[in-house]
Write a protein that binds this ligand. Structure first.
Ligand code: HPA
Length: 260
């Protein structure tokens, strides 16, 4: 079953034929919200709003472990995440949709692993390529199928939030090779990998990052709302197309490669 994790601006899926909600408890605490089960175009989906349905949970307060654990617990086999970001690369301006392929984690103190405590053997996961090739391919194919432009390949820098960054922080991230900046990509991606859940993200650029382009002096929070509303309609269409991806497509072949 597909899991969709919606971020800011995507607390519900209009195309989702809702069947039921379920409160799931986990050994790591409670997820951000009850899980919504339903179908999009006949394909079963479980949906989770990362910040809660009322957008009340800040990035540093999200129980990422409970969210991923709950999704796996109810039978999710792959995760399509949607994340709102700032654009660092000049060509990734407001409204751009991006499928990142790398991550740099600037957060600290978030509970970022299921392996803990004296009874668990120390376990290291391979995280060379943090996003699943199959989910990235699925997103890319879906966008192509419906004629939406998405940028392929970008490095997502994850900052602690909830404040936005300083211009100097963004310049440093730019030197590090970051193309996007967001607050929720980690540890979400790493936890999915620990659970061996193929995970990919569709990043929605809400604004130029601090100090860049029209954000040279400040980031306009009013402008973000308008951009996001329009962009999320495109995201919803891409998500629906993702679920329609036929067997034998590149996404499907990638799924098999992921599982190998
Ligand atoms: N920085 C971090 N996270 C974000 C931004 C940003 O500029 N815009 C949307 N999410």
């Amino acid at each position: 079953m597909f899991a969709i994790i919606g971020g800011s601006g995507l607390a519900n899926l209009t195309d989702l034929e809702r069947r039921r909600r379920e409160v799931v408890r986990t050994p790591y605490g409670d997820p951000s919200c009850a899980l919504t089960f339903g179908a999009i175009e006949g394909v079963e989906v479980v949906f989770l709003a990362r910040h809660g349905y009322g957008h009340t949970i800040a990035p540093h307060e999200i129980n990422y472990r409970a969210n991923l654990w709950a999704l796996r617990e109810v039978g999710a086999t792959q995760v399509l995440a949607v994340a709102t970001v700032g654009g660092i690369r000049a060509d990734l301006g407001p409204g751009a949709l991006v499928i990142p392929d790398q991550i740099i984690d600037y957060t600290s103190g978030r509970k970022g692993s299921f392996f803990e405590g004296p009874d668990d053997p120390v376990t290291h996961i391979d995280f060379t390529h943090p996003y699943s090739e199959s989910v990235r391919a699925r997103y890319a194919e879906a966008a192509r199928a419906i004629g939406e432009t998405v940028a392929l390949g970008a490095t997502y820098g994850c900052t602690p939030g909830p404040r936005l960054e300083t211009a100097a922080e963004i310049r440093r991230m730019q030197r590090d090779g970051c193309d996007l900046v967001g607050m929720t990509g980690m540890p979400e991606a790493a936890l999915a990998r620990e659970l061996e859940l193929p995970y990919g993200a569709l990043a929605v650029v809400a604004n130029h990052a601090a100090g860049i382009g029209e954000s040279a002096q400040a980031i306009s929070l009013e402008a973000i709302g308008v951009v996001m509303e329009l962009a999320m309609e495109r995201v919803r269409r891409i998500l629906s197309a993702c679920l329609r991806a036929p067997a034998g497509s590149a996404a499907e072949r990638g799924s098999k490669a992921d599982a190998a």
